[in-house]
Structures are given as C-alpha cells and as structure tokens.
Design a protein around this ligand. Structure first.
Ligand code: NDP
Ligand code: 8X3
Length: 253
C-alpha cells in the first residue's frame, strides 16, 4: 500500500501545496482544516487529478477533544500514518507588545503550539507501534530571529523549534524522524489572516521582492519525506533570495 501523509492546515497555502505535491507522488492523503467546503473541494480535485485516495478530516486543532476523537476514530484503513505535516498555524496582528491584543496572543499559542502538540500526541501511538514515522513541523525563521512587533508569533515559532528538537531526542528509540522546516516570507493567505482581511497591508508585505510560494515549501517537504530511511533532515531554513533571515530584506520599494 502507498504511504499515507496527514496534513493539517491543508485548506490553504503551504498545507494545500503539500497535499498536491504528495498526491503527485501517489501518497494517500488525509487533509485537515476548519473550512469544510475547501477541504471537500481539495479532496475531490486530488482524487480526480491524481487518482489518489483522500480522507477529509475537518477539525479545529485547538479543540483538544475533537483532535483526539477524530484521530483515534480514523477508519481502519487510514490508521497508519507515515508522515504528519503540522502546517496549521497563523499570525494575528503585528503590534508592539504593549498594544497587542491578548486574544490574538491566545489564539496563536492555542493554534501554533497547543494544536501542534495535540495532533502530534494523537498520531504518535500508531507511529510508535509501527516503529517508524516522520513528523514535519512548519516552523519559521521568526522562531530564530525576533523582529519588531513579531513578539508572540515569534515566540510560538521558537516553541515549535524547541518542541521539534525535544521530539527528535525523545522519539529516537522509535525511529521517528522529526524535521523542522523554517521558511521566510511565503505568499499565502498568511498576511491576509495576520492583518485581519486588510488586503492592502497583506499585499504590501510582498512588494519589492519575489517571495517564496507554498509550492516551493511543498517541494522541500516532499524532498525531506522521500529521503532514504536512514536519513533525517533535522532543520531546514529557506528564504527568498531577497531575504537573509527573519529581519533583513532587500526590497526594491
Ligand atoms: P495560510 O493562512 O495560507 O494557511 C494556514 C492554514 O492553517 C489554513 O489551511 C488554515 O485552515 C489552517 N488553520 C489555521 N488555524 C487552524 C485551526 N485552528 N485548526 C485547523 N487548521 C487551522 O498560511 P500558510 O500556509 O502560510 O501557513 C502555514 C504554516 O506556515 C503556519 O504554521 C505559518 O506560521 C507557517 N509559516 C508561514 C510563512 C509565510 O510567510 N506564509 C513563513 C513561515 C512559516 P482553516 O482556516 O480552514 O482552518
Ligand atoms: C512567517 C514569516 O517573517 O512574517 O513565519 O514571520 S514572518
């Protein structure tokens, strides 16, 4: 049977690109997100375009009980997850620490940190039983370099970095690979979400340079996932050519 990849945050951006890229490689795909209509549309197109099996698994990664219910009650033929891609995540607001909204902070922590923990913890028992598996976390250069107004978003991505390192150590006996992919600027719905629907602010983020695309990151995820069984990419930082790290850009405007 072909391998199965489970992708959170697959309704948009990096997660959606991963679903398409892994379908092209004939993986069986489980897609997650909250927007059920987008998940069903994606599932249908993956089946039609690539002839792969797809399971749509809508839930909010912040809802602990729903996460465990959905994953522990997977149909038997979907229980064996070979690769988990934790892509569900977001930034909310870009404000000075003293002016930022507590609710935005809580949502980022609940999604980017707790959500990733719940999904990983729910998927792990089966991987441990199989004595193999691969968890690919989508971290960020924001986890390495704190930038002005990045405060809690950066903190959540630092947490993803620490969690990835700790998973890698503790899961050694179970032959589970853990990869933290840390992208710079990728043009997706990310900035539209961060700026709460302000399209001008969102598109200004990517003006004056060529950002990465979700497809660029998906290609890297496929590369990491398809390496030989004895090879694990631990961390992979990737930026547009016009970006040196989380702070320094060369923009023409
Ligand atoms: P998008 O906004 O395009 O995609 C985010 C995805 O996460 C959507 O599918 C969204 O689905 C899902 N999501 C958000 N909250 C939840 C939730 N509570 N439960 C389930 N799914 C959720 O952004 P990106 O693709 O760019 O972001 C993906 C990941 O990449 C994030 O972790 C982000 O931090 C990280 N990243 C992004 C970078 C960028 O520049 N774009 C750079 C570095 C890292 P739905 O709304 O349907 O639930
Ligand atoms: C998303 C990239 O630079 O906006 O993680 O933090 S950035």
């Amino acid at each position: 049977m072909n391998k199965t990849v489970f992708i959170t945050g697959a309704t948009s951006g990096i997660g959606k690109s991963c679903a398409i890229a892994f379908a092209k490689k004939s993986f069986r795909i489980i897609v997650n997100g909250r927007r059920e209509n987008l998940l069903s549309g994606l599932s249908e197109s993956l089946k039609k375009d690539f002839g792969v099996e797809v399971l749509s698994l809508p839930f909010d990664v912040r809802e602990k009980e729903n996460v465990f219910d959905a994953i522990h009650n997977l149909p038997a033929e979907w229980e064996n997850i070979d690769i988990l891609i934790n892509s569900a995540g977001l930034a909310l607001g870009k404000d000075h620490f003293d002016e930022a909204h507590l609710h935005d902070w809580e949502t980022m922590i609940d999604t980017n940190v707790n959500g990733l923990l719940y999904v990983s913890k729910a998927v792990l028992p089966q991987m441990i039983k199989n004595n193999s598996g691969h968890i690919i976390n989508i971290g960020s250069v924001a986890g390495d370099f704190v930038y002005e107004n990045g405060n809690i978003y950066c903190a959540t991505k630092s947490a993803v970095d620490a969690i990835s390192k700790s998973m890698r150590i503790d899961l050694l006996p179970h032959h589970i690979k853990v990869t933290n992919i840390k992208p710079g600027a990728v043009e997706t719905e990310f900035s539209l979400v961060r700026f709460k629907g302000d399209t001008e602010k969102a598109s200004a983020t990517y003006e004056g340079f060529q950002p990465l695309t979700g497809d660029d990151i998906a290609e890297i995820a496929v590369y990491c996932a398809m390496l030989p069984a004895n090879v694990c990419i631990n961390d992979l930082t990737v930026t547009p050519v016009a970006q040196a790290n989380g702070v320094y850009f060369h923009k023409t405007v």
